[in-house]
Design a protein around this ligand. Sequence first.
Ligand SMILES: [Zn+2]
Length: 248
Amino acid sequence: MTDQFPGDYDCMVIGAHPDDAELCCGGTIAKMTSEGKKVVLVDCTKGEMGTRGSDELRLREAQDAAKILGVYNRINLGFRDGFIKIDEEHLYAMVKTIRKYRPKIILVHPWFERHPDHENMHRLFRDAMFKSGLRKFATEDEGNVQEIFRTRRIFCYQQAYQLPRLPDFFVDISDVHEIKIQAIKAFSSQVFVPGQYENEPRTRLSSPEFMEELIARARYFGGLCGVKYAEPFVSVEPILLRSMSRFL
Ligand SMILES: [Zn+2]
């Protein structure tokens, strides 16, 4: 995975497994890139515990999906799938990643989720974000001591469960919804794509009903907001507007 594009990013999307970002907020990502924003996707494991496909195949699919979404960079931290822990080694890797890409916005799993890796990823990231602001938690990247970095703009996307509280805001993804679907279909070993990997074991994710659910969910959230498709988010920190003019 490419790792040669450090710097100040507009947005970092963290997912425990290679398809989490696309499934949960692929539309929001496509929207940002369509506006010329610099986005990095951080996959924490290769998804090697998944029932279908292999880690090499999933890495390839992840790069294809990244191209469809138009992100600037996609990296894989190589954590062990199914065993994400909050220990010094994982924290060091996460802090190093935050300080390397310095994103203004971070999208991450919520703290209440079905897959243990998702919940652990949220907790690991939150701990790492705090430590990323501590001078005495020193990290190095390619022999250079990294600068501290923190952002308060941490937003959780929705996945298997309802968000742990009502969404704080929604992003209108109506005009990029098809790009999101194409990016998800790039993971053809994982989701339902007619004629592909039909001899692999069936999973919930690979059923035709799962894609229908995903579309229906975005349609439902869009309907709540008076647009066609939307994705919901919960903010970890209170959201502060500079002025009410934001709505004018
Ligand atoms: Zn996942």
